[in-house]
Every structure is written in C-alpha cells, then in structure tokens.
Design a protein around this ligand. Structure first.
Ligand code: UT7
Length: 336
C-alpha cells in the first residue's frame, strides 16, 4: 500500500531580529511581560520593500527541502502553500513558487487558508493525493509575513508582540510501505468562533471604499484581532483532544510519542500540553523563543530545525498538532 513520507525539510527566516527590548521603544510593553506571558524573546521581521515576501521566503524554504530530499524542482508533482498572509489578495502564492522555482512543468498549485492549522491541513491533503497514487512528490510550504500588517502601537500590543515572519517546507514522497510515513491526520473546525481571532477588513463584506467613506482613525478592523484569553482556553483543550484522537486512532499512548511538535502559539500553551501529556523536555520541540508565532510556518520551521539538530531519528513516533483562527485545529501522527 502506498504511503507518504517526509523526505526533505527546510526553513528560512529573515535576518532582521526584533528583540522584545526593541518593541519597548514603539509601545508600552516590557521584555518581562512578553517573556512571562509568551516565552518569546525575539522574532524576525522582513525589511519592508526588500526581497523577502511570503512567496519568496516559501521558495527559499522549499529549495532547502528539495536539496535535503535530493530532488530537483521538476521532480515535484504538486505544490501546496499554506498562509494567511499571501503576497497578493489573489492569486495565492502557490503559483508564485511554481514560477520562482523555475519549474518547467505546469503542475498544480493549491493554496490553503487554515491559519495556524494550515500546514497540517496541507500535509493532510498531500498525504491523501499520495496515498491514492495521484502524485509521487508533493511540496508543502507554510510561510507568513505578519510584520507589515500589525498594529505596532500600545493599542495593538496584545497581538503585535507575538507574531513573527518566516517560512518552512517539506517534500512528501510516495513509499510502498505502510509502516513508516504519515499514519493519520485529523482535521477540525468550529466556525462559530471565526471572529475571535480574525482580520475582517478589507474584504468582500467591507471593501476599502467603506473605510474611506467612514474616515474614522479608530476603525482598526484592518488589523488582526485576537480575544487572547478565550483563544488560550480553547487552545489548551483542543490541542490535547486532537493529539489523543490521533494516538487512539493508531492504538498508541502518550508515552509512546518520541517527539511532539506543537504549533508555536505561546510557550505557556506548549508547556501546558507537555504537562497534560506527561512528556519530558526531550520529547517536545519549541522554538517560539526565537521566532514568535509564525502561524502556518511554525510547524515546518520547527520540524526543519528539529531534524537538523538530530532530535528526530528514524523510526521515531512524531506528533504534529495545531490550533488557531477559525477556530481550526489538527494533528498528524508520523512514523519517521
Ligand atoms: O496562534 C493562534 C493561537 N493563538 C494563541 O493561542 C494565543 C493565545 N493567547 C495568548 O497567548 C495570551 O492570551 C496573550 C499572550 C495574547 C495575552 O496574555 P494574557 O495573559 O491573556 O493577557 P491579557 O490579554 O489578559 O492582558 C493582561 C494585561 C492587560 O492589562 P490590564 O487590563 O490587566 O491592565 C493588557 O492590556 O496585560 C496587558 N497587555 C500587555 N502589557 C504589556 C497586553 N499585551 C501586553 C503587552 N505588554 N504586549
């Protein structure tokens, strides 16, 4: 039976490091507050107008993943790109990557809009295409540019100190063996909470001309909104539920996990899940301290770093889990 296996990982983050101290000069915040509530020490921001965009960072991460997989761009059969911060309103960045990688083949490119869960949703789609025999090599990318769209004033501090820019990618490949690779993926949503973590304008329900007509400087619906406490409380429940769902589906117990890579939403959330699952520090990977929350990019960046650091060995049971805007949440269990 065909299964899908991750055969290459890669990531890219912009050089520009923004430390908590740097934020103190533009808003009322403190290194102590940010570290205590989120675990974040610094994040990366692109230089506006520079060469880094959501698609170009995704392409850089993809090049590293292709190199590690020992493949050329034209070996890829399909591109999946997860982001909430595309270069353009449309088209999505998948087609831009197809061009930037210099692909001769006119393969399909799919854009995924599932925010923090976007990478696992994308991985799940790739897994299904591979398991049915439709594609052999699929590139899955998560990339975000948050920095240009954040309210970098005291008014926006509850959101803007958390998010950072970056990209991660994997190459998934068909293997004729169902003992390794993606064992299962589990996807969920609860749309009644759509606006608890959202950016609702400009959009087809509130076009730019409405803003111009209202001419109200306090109308800040073009900045992301997050009901932080409510999101936090839902996250800690949903993370545990979906991880247990993945384990139960495959007949495993929490202690059999070799490595858990949670979406890097907040270090306190990761630590809460670690405690709930009774996992030692060696079995969880966090890098939010360096990058902040990079939404769809956080899991593939963490995965790429964990692989590069030798934290994941052949045969390990790897669990990926995410929760975020939608609400959407998801998990994937992988035999490495
Ligand atoms: O990736 C998608 C999923 N996202 C998440 O899972 C994020 C979930 N939520 C969180 O991580 C946390 O709710 C936050 C880190 C966003 C906020 O932490 P909190 O402990 O929930 O703080 P809070 O929003 O309840 O705010 C507490 C106080 C408030 O002041 P008052 O009203 O008590 O005087 C805020 O105004 O902290 C204030 N505050 C800040 N102070 C300094 C909020 N942001 C900041 C800041 N610096 N950056």
């Amino acid at each position: 039976m065909l299964n899908s296996k991750i055969v290459g990982t890669g990531h890219y983050v912009p050089d520009n490091v923004v430390k908590n101290k740097d934020l103190e000069s533009v808003m009322e915040t403190s290194d102590d507050w940010i570290v205590e509530r989120t675990g974040i020490h610094e994040r990366r921001h692109i230089v506006l107008g520079g060469e880094d965009t959501t698609s170009t960072m995704g392409t850089k991460a993809a090049k590293m993943a292709l190199k590690n997989a020992n493949l050329q761009p034209d070996d890829i059969d399909f591109i999946i790109f997860a982001t909430l911060s595309p270069d353009y309103y449309f088209p999505g960045p998948g087609v831009l990557v197809q061009e930037q990688l210099g692909m001769k083949s006119e393969i399909g490119a799919l854009d995924v809009r599932n925010q923090c869960s976007g990478f696992i949703y994308g991985l799940s789609v790739a897994d299904q295409f591979i398991k049915t025999g439709m594609y052999t090599n699929v590139l899955v990318i998560g990339s975000e540019v948050h920095s240009g769209g954040l309210d970098m004033t005291t008014r926006g501090r509850g959101v803007s100190v958390i998010f950072g820019d970056g990209a991660g990618a994997v190459v998934m490949q068909a293997i004729d063996n169902n003992k390794t690779g993606v064992l299962s993926s589990h996807l969920h949503s609860e749309g009644k909470h759509a606006e608890e973590l959202s950016l609702i304008s400009p959009s087809t329900t509130d076009w730019v001309p409405n803003f111009i007509e209202r001419n109200d400087p306090e109308d800040i619906r073009y900045y992301p909104y997050m009901n932080g406490n409510f999101v936090f409380k839902n996250a800690v429940v949903r993370f545990q539920q979906v991880i247990m769902e993945a384990l139960n589906h495959n007949g495993y117990k929490p202690e059999e996990i070799d490595m858990l890579i949670p979406h890097q939403a907040n270090l306190r959330i990761s630590q809460f899940i670690q405690k709930q699952m009774n996992l030692p520090d060696s079995k969880i990977f966090n890098n939010i301290q360096k990058y902040g929350n990079t939404t769809a990019a956080s899991i593939p960046i963490a995965l790429s770093e964990a692989v590069a650091e030798g934290r994941i060995k052949e045969g390990d049971l790897l669990c990926l889990a995410a929760f975020g805007s939608g609400f959407t949440w998801a998990a994937a269990l992988i035999r490495w």
